[in-house]
Design a protein. Structure first.
Length: 226
């Protein structure tokens, strides 16, 4: 029994050392990828990995406690509700499924964004002595339709449910067949935290990245926008 406990203890120490070594060698591009995948792509596995990375030096209380699948669903529901509020109640009720499918696909194209890191540079942190920031310059690409149907109804209050459903089905199909790429370059800051010889990277406000990308995506979603 004593030998068994000794073996277990040795295995635990080895695993702990291995995890610590992995944590110490994480590069800023890898950390950025965790933030991007967790918050732009709504990836729960990336969020869990990010939490495991930051908790040893930021504390578990500063990790992210959420289900990104639920967050995505709530956003789709919010967009759907806001959109349908422009139409008569009966039309909105009958068009619920089509509107939800449209926004699920639209936001799905957003979360399927691809990125490539163009540059990472280290700059001084003006708000903290003897600390630096890694500025990650990243190019993000989204797929959008090169053409999208413009609604012909002038007064939303006079549209029929069939007209609205037809429009939503048509535009959803165009989203599925998105054939154009739009690209934007953003800067994402990773604050460096040095402990001994090791440097860790973190950003306490990843929602800024999402907000900026959202703004770009929706502004450039319709090719008729100038």
């Amino acid at each position: 029994m004593r030998m068994f406990k000794t073996v277990l203890l040795a295995m635990f120490i080895l695993c702990a050392q291995n995890f610590r070594a992995q944590t110490q060698t994480v590069k800023p591009e890898k950390v950025f990828g965790l933030y991007f995948n967790a918050f732009v792509k709504y990836d729960n596995l990336a969020l869990a990995e990010l939490n495991n990375y930051v908790s040893p030096f930021l504390g578990k209380e500063n990790t992210y406690n959420m289900d990104q699948n639920e967050v995505f669903t709530k956003e789709v529901d919010q967009f759907t509700t806001n959109f349908l509020s422009n139409f008569p109640e009966e039309v909105a009720v009958q068009s619920q499924n089509e509107a939800k499918a449209f926004f699920t696909t639209m936001l799905g194209n957003f979360k399927n964004a691809a990125y490539s890191i163009k540059n990472i540079k280290t700059i001084p942190n003006e708000h903290a002595d003897n600390q630096n920031i890694s500025e990650v310059s990243v190019e993000v690409t989204f797929k959008v339709p090169s053409k999208i149907v413009t609604p012909k109804f002038n007064d939303p209050k006079k549209i029929s449910a069939e007209e609205l459903k037809k429009y939503l089905k048509t535009t959803t199909k165009q989203l599925v067949d998105a054939d154009k790429k739009i690209t934007v370059t953003q800067i994402f800051k990773l604050y460096q935290k040095k402990e001994g010889e090791n440097i860790y990277y973190w950003n306490g406000g990843p929602e800024e990245l999402v907000w900026k990308l959202n703004e770009f995506y929706f502004k450039n979603f319709n090719p008729d926008n100038k």
